[in-house]
Design a protein around this ligand. Sequence first.
Ligand SMILES: O=C(O)C(=O)C[C@]1(C(=O)O)C=C[C@@H](O)C=C1
Length: 277
Amino acid sequence: YKMAKAEYNYTVDSARASLVRQEDTIIFGLIERARFPLNSPTYNQSYTSIPQFRGTLLDFLVRHTEAIQAKAGRYINPEENPFFPENLPPSVVPRYPFSQFLHPAAAMININNAIWKLYFDELLPMFVASGDDGNYAQTAATDLSLLQAISRRIHYGKFVGEAKFRESPQGYEPLIRAKIHPNFLYSRKLCTNVAHATVIEDKGALMKLLTYESVEEMVVKRVKKKAMVFGQEVSLDRDVKGITYKVDPSVVSLLYQKWLIPLTKNVEVEYLLNRLD
Ligand SMILES: O=C(O)C(=O)C[C@]1(C(=O)O)C=C[C@@H](O)C=C1
């Protein structure tokens, strides 16, 4: 059967609305992962001895889950990026014609290696308790869905970047051209120091142009509030004694401020630098 061509186009507003909705998924993902203590055997290769598999229990679960999800068509959607793109099986389902909104160079941008490392080195220790309750498979499953939500959010920078470019090409084009053409860079370098400084600044200028500090401040405040609302104990009793949250709201805002927003912006810059190739 024939599928309709998807005409959906992203705008800066619609992309922002999606980022707002994705906050819910990320915060619930944090709450779900925080149900379990660290459960370090999940990440320790010497714990598992799975026949014909080298790696941790988490690696095992992620590789096999991504393979089945790839077959089911998950990665046909340009909003999705696998953690282990090597050797993924092809989709076995009809290909939905997602709108070709992004420049083809977008497909080359996948920073999941960095996200993976960041998640285990920096993020997990911020919001899970130490300890071991034996729920390693459940732990790995919650890690994967949270990692996928974080990855989708950060790589959404491609869509935000493209929407910004389309809304103001005359603003972005000179900054992109200044950076990506080595010849241009080289000839400018031979000029005065001032010109040189301008070129060196161009990645910074691009970053500056796509930055909206007031939007970032709202994001950071909103995720803290959402963590309070989503993570509170709901009781039918009148007086709940002492409010405890399922995940620390200030950790959620810190996580956004320190990692998720900066990485989203890096993806925007990376995408835009390749936008005119
Ligand atoms: O809303 C935007 O304009 C975005 O690019 C998204 C985002 C974010 O990561 O939340 C990143 C950069 C902007 O400074 C503001 C917010």
